[in-house]
Design a protein around this ligand. Structure first.
Ligand SMILES: Cc1cc2nc3c(=O)[nH]c(=O)nc-3n(C[C@H](O)[C@H](O)[C@H](O)COP(=O)(O)OP(=O)(O)OC[C@H]3O[C@@H](n4cnc5c(N)ncnc54)[C@H](O)[C@@H]3O)c2cc1C
Length: 380
């Protein structure tokens, strides 16, 4: 998500202070503007905020560019009616333009070759053939020695070996292989330690190794054992954070979608999410290729689909927005957006937004009753 203030009313704090002063003065707004010092401006604004006299703040607007947010967020944001919106259209913009122009044969061939290499390693290490029966029969893959594997596919080959014979040990994060696979050492950039009959990698080396073998994974198309990936994520926080970053980029690039934090934090859910996105994308592309208009085919696109928009709100409406959406009870993505917007406007007009944010932060109590997050006391 990216947020930037595109433009705003010039001299926002002075404008609000002048409008407020006008109510109690015989002078006109131009004269008041000329005579306002920095001190007077901040003292007027302080008074306004203390009294809750908010109407002068309506004279000042901020326009934001918001990029890379979900359509779920869009639905929530546009409930805020005192605002103006311009939103990137899915009718005129096709997130999968390239895929529609041509079947990407190069990509498909690359994936096929990576998967075949994976299977060569998997079979070499004695992996259970039944697991990949149809792939093995279809491509006629046979086990291969490491020396036969081209450099660019080595990570997929080693992943195959790891899935067939590698183990994740208890205790500190340790990856072990049967000693008989020592020949893979010669080709990988990792230093294994032999311990008895086992080849071992521990701690950071093990994390780097796992990130290497999953580095080029196409989550929806590559062969890998899901339960093994999930176990790695569960055992090593460092590995999991590397995978999350990779999955987030993959989801943004391949599906033009946002990855919700709660899904990102659960490796099993992350894979389920990717499965669902793949199904939606395939269905959308199939319908467009059948001649269905994009504006109708888009009905199958997920709520997580990304969009970009421009929003303008006046300061009073922004106060209401921050009040509702900076609160812990607001949904994660829109809360992140609200906090980012607040940080931006505070840089421009710190006095004006001093009391903006979740209500608890300004008042010291929570108005959410039994739904309170517990950070502040609830007022009886
Ligand atoms: C945690 C959370 C959960 C929510 N859950 C739901 C939900 O389950 N279902 C749902 O439908 N919505 C839900 N909402 C959305 C919510 O009901 C509001 O629609 C949204 O927050 C916009 O707020 P608003 O109306 O104050 O903002 P705006 O539309 O920007 O209005 C600002 C203010 O102007 C005044 N105003 C605007 N229009 C009118 C009007 N027609 N008449 C009188 N006064 C007006 C009101 O004082 C209003 O507060 C939720 C919001 C939050 C923060």
């Amino acid at each position: 998500m990216r947020v930037k203030v595109l433009t705003h009313t010039p001299e926002p704090e002075k404008t609000v202070a002048a409008a407020a002063r006008l109510c109690y003065s015989n002078a006109g707004a131009c004269e008041i503007m000329e005579n306002l010092t920095e001190e007077k401006i901040s003292s007027f604004i302080q008074k306004l905020m203390d009294m809750g006299h908010m109407s002068p703040t309506e004279h000042v607007t901020f326009t934001f560019a918001i990029e890379g947010v979900s359509r779920t967020l869009l639905a929530q944001l546009t409930r805020h009616r005192i605002a103006s919106y311009s939103v990137q259209s899915l009718r005129y913009n096709n997130p999968f333009k390239e895929e529609l122009k041509k079947e990407d044969e190069t990509e498909a061939a690359k994936l096929k070759s990576e998967n075949e290499t994976y299977l060569k390693g998997f079979l070499y290490a004695g992996g259970e053939k039944a697991l990949y029966k149809s792939f093995i029969e279809e491509s006629g893959v046979l086990p291969a020695l490491p020396e036969e594997i081209p450099e660019e596919n080595l990570s997929h080959y080693v992943r195959g070996i790891f899935d067939a014979a590698g183990e994740i040990s208890n205790g500190s994060f340790t990856i072990s292989f049967p000693g008989t696979f020592s020949s893979i050492l010669a080709r990988t950039p990792f230093k294994f330690t032999a311990e008895g009959e086992r080849l071992l990698l521990s701690g950071k080396d093990a994390v780097d190794f796992c990130l290497h073998i999953y580095g080029g994974v196409d989550f929806a198309g590559s062969l890998f054992l899901r339960e093994k990936l999930v176990e790695l994520c569960t055992r090593s926080a460092d590995f999991f954070s590397g995978i999350k970053k990779q999955a987030e980029d993959y989801i943004a690039y391949r599906y033009y979608c946002v990855l919700p934090q709660a899904v990102a934090n659960n490796p099993e859910a992350l894979l389920v999410y990717i499965d669902a996105l793949e199904t939606c994308k395939k269905s959308y592309l199939a319908m467009v290729k059948m001649g269905i208009d994009r504006e109708d085919a888009r009905y199958v696109l997920p709520m997580g689909t990304r969009t970009n928009l421009v929003v303008t709100m006046n300061v009073r409406s922004l106060y209401n927005f921050f009040n509702l959406r900076c609160c812990e009870r607001a949904q994660t993505e829109i809360r992140e957006l609200a906090r980012m917007m607040l940080a931006e406007v505070k840089k421009i007009a710190p006095n004006l937004f001093k009391k903006a944010g979740a209500p608890c932060e300004a008042t010291g109590y929570c108005p959410e009753g039994e739904l309170s997050c517990g950070r502040y006391p609830v007022r009886n």
